[in-house]
Write a protein that binds this ligand. Structure first.
Ligand code: ADP
Ligand code: MG
Length: 694
């Protein structure tokens, strides 16, 4: 039997391989770069490149590629082979330090949001030595950052790495004040739980909406949906189990520590979760995971759907971003700890996160804004569009008592004297089951739950790291000047909590009362993508990101416009697909079915037999046909109108306000018609087929 330990990470140029393939001094220099963010000595790049190539060729690789994450949200690769022809008609296999460190990608077709004029179409990729290289599909993949000739980040990775640097500096500054002189570096850690659907490939191929849009644009509900809750954690069926086994193996070979797998709430829905790691690595891993989910599914005659809302009336798929901060000495700074002094630092850090999230609700909201995610947020299946935080009862009452300067009474434990230094021992809460909160403290980390399944986690973590930096620095500034350190910590906790506790909500985020209450508290409720995205270039946000060198104003503008255009393009494709399916597939069938019924109707009535069914259904179908037809014409016109708008935000508003409502109206008519027609006549597989065939 093959053991996991025999092949885990076998396709990764990881620490063990480096030790084996690199001379000792090269290994040490590279290690320093990786662990302490030291600039890499270019002279060692050649040696590393040589070793990487030798190792990759042994793994069967013929090519290398700079692997990067452009702003499309997926990964990009351009492959070059290792071969250099020789005079005698043979080839040498070569890979130089220069090729490792820097690549040129004429990426003029990648979205730049105006960052690169066409006359200056060159883009460059630069090796990120902090994320291991790996072999995939016969190519040595080198994780890289992607930037323009003018130095603007054209990818998701560069700003993320910049935010990690900023967080490192701000966190070290703060924990030094608490006497931590051992830690040399601090890194955000993330574990990303990934939800997905599996459908049969043969059925998928018959639906243009799935093929073009990744989600069903029509579909009457199956008689059985998720109401019994019998799929969640249910026994995994053999076909899915075979898929999951192969998925795990592929992920493990790439060093991705896939840990948990289970069935999710909706039929055909599943989840995988890895063990957490440093955020730039978990970002790479999550991108690879999404790619491999799709690849392995195809091998099993399946298609993996990563859309936020593939099916109406059923839960969509999200991604949970579990986030914390750890020192290189292994301390998780969001661990409440056992002793009061640790608690003081913990409570202060907790308050920094509270402050950061309250001040920058807009940023967290926009980091998850997309046409697809608009179907989920606020839909009673995912957190609402309002950003709030869950702390649980214990932490909330500790902060309450600090605010009111009253004694904190620990439930079911002895009373504790609440002085400045004698904070209570905080238990690690293990009971968070408030699934309705967008940003929940879950014992020793925060879980941000608003992401849609297909999203890169880079953006949200870039934001999280940066907003927390700002809060840390505001505290450090005060503490550095403080005469009495302990009482200043206490004051900061009290004042911060008082000023920002409106963001804390431990109740049911799905309820209507919360919408009203949140409004009273003055929290933002950005219900759709079009309202959220313009916050990218809010003055306070430009100032924040420029202060920490994470995004320049131009980089923010480019992200805003790329995301708006993405919204417009996805709705454009959806609109055209609705029209095509309605006019070329559905209407001809509906017309034929109602004509056939009409024939039966006149035959029966001619013979003096009642024909209630035929009369009522043919009338209803004809009505539906007419409204589908009329709506399709209006949709065509609305799309044309929207497309004439020059301003992309105005265009987005037109899609949101004029096009989505017509698409919904067509869907209603089509779904009603579906319930009246012989299922063998229906032009494509229905929800019963799609959801219950795997
Ligand atoms: P859930 O109840 O949501 O399923 P789990 O306890 O299973 O939560 O953990 C979910 C994810 O959180 C996993 O990917 C796990 O590795 C990650 N996680 C645990 N501790 C940390 C941490 N300190 N930092 C970041 N992620 C973490
Ligand atoms: Mg979770």
């Amino acid at each position: 039997m093959e053991k996991i330990t025999d092949y885990f990470g076998c396709n990764v140029f990881n620490d063990t391989v480096m030790k084996e393939y690199l001379p000792e001094d090269t290994y040490k220099a590279l290690k320093k770069t990786i662990e302490q963010g030291k600039t890499l000595d270019p002279s060692i790049a050649g040696i590393v490149a040589q070793a990487m190539k030798d190792w990759a060729v042994e793994k069967g690789a013929t090519h290398f590629t700079h692997w990067f994450q452009p702003m499309t949200g997926i990964t990009a690769e351009k492959h070059d082979s290792f071969i250099t022809p020789t005079d005698d008609g043979n080839v040498l296999l070569e890979f130089s330090g220069k090729e490792l460190i820097k690549g040129e990608a004429d990426g003029s077709s990648f979205p730049t949001g105006g960052l690169r004029a066409t006359f200056e179409a060159r883009g460059y990729t630069a090796w990120d030595p902090t994320s291991y290289a790996f072999v995939k599909d016969g190519s040595l993949c080198i994780p890289t950052a992607f930037y323009s000739h003018g130095g603007h980040a054209l990818d998701k990775k560069t700003p993320l790495v910049r935010s990690m640097q900023a967080l490192n500096d701000s966190t070290l500054r703060l924990i030094r004040l608490f006497g931590n002189n051992e830690a040399k570096s601090v890194k955000p850690t993330v574990g990303a739980e990934q939800e997905y659907f599996l459908v049969d490939k043969k059925l998928y191929d018959k639906r243009e909406d799935l093929r073009f849009c990744g989600r069903t644009l029509f579909g009457a509900p199956a008689p059985k949906g998720q109401e019994l809750g019998d799929h969640y954690y249910g026994v995994i069926r053999p076909r899915v189990s075979a898929f999951m086994k192969e998925l795990d193996k592929e992920l493990w070979m790439l060093g991705i520590p896939s840990k948990t797998k289970h069935n999710e709430v909706a039929p055909s829905q599943h989840e995988m979760a890895p063990v957490f790691t440093t955020v730039n690595i978990s970002t790479d891993h999550n991108q690879l995971t999404m790619e491999i989910l799709k690849k392995v599914a195809e091998k099993h005659g399946l298609v993996c759907l990563l859309h936020e809302k593939p099916f109406g009336n059923l839960n969509g798929s999200g991604k949970h971003n579990n986030w914390s901060i750890s020192t290189d000495t292994g301390i998780n700074l969001l661990n409440p700890g056992k002793t009061p002094s640790e608690n003081m630092q913990f409570l202060l850090i907790l308050c920094a996160v509270i402050k950061a999230v309250d001040l920058h609700q807009d940023l967290l909201r926009l980091s998850v804004a997309s046409a697809g995610n608009d179907h989920r947020l606020g839909g009673q299946e995912a957190p609402p569009a309002i950003v709030s935080m869950f702390l649980g009862d214990e932490l909330t009452s500790i902060l309450d008592s600090i605010e009111s300067d009253t004694e904190y009474t620990q439930k079911a434990r002895e009373k504790m004297d609440f002085g400045v230094k004698t904070l209570p021992a905080i238990r690690k809460a293990t009971t968070d089951r408030n699934r309705t909160s967008p940003f929940a403290f879950t014992g020793n980390k925060f879980e941000f739950r608003m992401l849609g399944a297909p999203m890169s986690i880079a953006g949200v973590n870039t934001i999280l790291n940066t907003i927390v930096c700002e809060a840390f620095d505001s505290f450090s500034e005060r503490l550095e000047k403080a005469k009495d350190f302990d009482s200043e910590v206490h004051s900061i906790i009290r004042e911060t909590y008082k000023a920002h506790k409106r963001i804390i909500f431990n109740g049911d985020g799905y309820s209507k009362q919360w919408q009203e209450e949140a409004e009273k508290r003055g929290l933002l409720n950005l219900t759709d993508t079009v309202s959220a995205l313009p916050y990218y270039t809010d003055k306070k946000n430009i100032a924040l990101f420029e202060k920490y060198n994470v995004y320049s104003e131009a980089e923010l503008k480019s992200r805003e416009s790329i995301n708006i255009e993405r919204y417009n393009k996805s709705l454009h494709i959806e609109g055209l697909t609705v029209i095509r399916m309605a006019k070329e597939q559905l209407l001809p069938v509906l017309s034929k079915v109602s004509a056939d019924l009409c024939l039966n109707l006149s035959a029966k009535e001619g013979a003096g037999i009642t024909a209630k069914y035929e009369r009522s259904v043919t009338e209803k179908l004809s009505e539906l046909c007419d409204s589908i037809y009329e709506d399709s014409l209006s949709l065509e016109k609305a799309i044309k109108d929207a497309e004439t708008k020059e301003d992309i935000l105005e265009k987005a508003k037109a899609y949101r306000d004029n096009i989505i409502p017509i698409m919904n109206s067509i869907r209603n008519s089509v779904d009603t018609a579906e319930t009246l027609v012989d299922e063998n006549e229906w032009p494509y597989p229905n929800y019963c087929d799609l959801l219950y065939s795997v």
